[in-house]
Design a protein around this ligand. Structure first.
Ligand SMILES: [Zn+2]
Length: 170
């Protein structure tokens, strides 16, 4: 077994309407294709495919929580959960942080696209207010608090799904 986790998925096809991506997932053969629009969250998935981590934050001065200086949210939100106003996109530059908690997945259910075993990790990224759920490329033993940095599946490797963001031990 490789010391790095592999994916069992093929890149998904996307089509674009204006600035919105629509993902084609042929989960049950071509005639069983599921179409999923990323809608206003399209910049997040475009960013992953380009190796950039895009977050949203609330800049509304009237927001009862952010007060015009909101924290970065990941996964991103089109609208602020606290004041319901549109959020603003901002890149998380050189994303790195530490493992907040983790689960060692030895057996996944049908349809899991990550090769087992692997670590499903929750990551506290510096400069981001939320905890991000992702997976670790490394298979060696880990501990809570271990430093990690983001990796991206880009170009021909891009799946155009949330699997395009993962982490490796720093
Ligand atoms: Zn707000």
């Amino acid at each position: 077994m490789s010391d790095r986790v592999q994916l069992k998925t093929a890149p998904s096809r996307i089509t674009a309407t204006a600035d919105v991506w629509v993902l084609h997932l042929p989960r049950f053969g071509e005639e069983g294709t599921h179409f999923h629009t990323y809608g206003m969250l399209t910049p997040y998935f475009k960013g992953l495919a380009e190796g950039r981590l895009m977050a949203t934050l609330c800049m509304n001065r009237g927001c009862p929580v952010g007060r015009g200086r909101g924290e970065k949210w990941l996964p991103p939100r089109a609208d602020c959960p606290d004041c319901h106003q549109p959020m603003v996109w901002q890149e998380v530059v050189n994303p790195q942080g530490y493992i907040y908690t983790y689960t060692y997945v030895e057996r996944g259910g049908a349809g899991l696209e990550i090769e087992c075993p692997y670590y499903q990790i929750d990551v506290k990224i510096e400069g981001v207010g939320t905890i991000v759920k992702s997976y670790l490329l490394d298979r060696k033993p880990i501990r809570i608090g271990d430093r990690v940095r983001a990796r991206f599946r880009t170009g021909k490797e891009a799946t155009h799904t949330c699997l395009d963001l993962c982490f490796e031990l720093a």
